[in-house]
Design a binder for this molecule. Sequence first.
Ligand SMILES: [Zn+2]
Length: 117
Amino acid sequence: MDTKTLAKLQTRLEHKKEQLAEAIANRGEADTGHRLKGEFTSRFPSHGNKDEENATEVAEYQDTLSTEESLESSLEKVNAALERMEKGTYGECRKCGKEISRERLNAYPEADVCVQC
Ligand SMILES: [Zn+2]
C-alpha cells in the first residue's frame, strides 16, 4: 500500500479513536453516580442494600455495560489497526495473510480480515 493512502487511513483511524474515546468518556461521566455507588457498595456492603434499589441499579448497569462494550470493542479494533500500521502489517488479512482490498479498507479502515474471510 502506498504511504499516501496509509497516511489517509491513519488519520481517519486516529479521528475515530478520538471520537470513540470521547463517547466512552462521556458515558462514564453520565454514569459516574452509578459506578461510584457500585464501587462504594462493593467496598462497604452494608450500604444501599435495599433489594428494589439494587435490582434497578443492576438493570441500568447492564444496559450501560452492553453499550460500553461495543464502544470499547470498536476502540480496540481501531487501536489494533493503528498498531498494525506501526508494525507495518496493516492491510494484511489476519486469517489468510492476503492483502485486504483498498475498497474494503476505505469503507472500514480497522478491517483485519479480507472480504473472503
Ligand atoms: Zn483473508
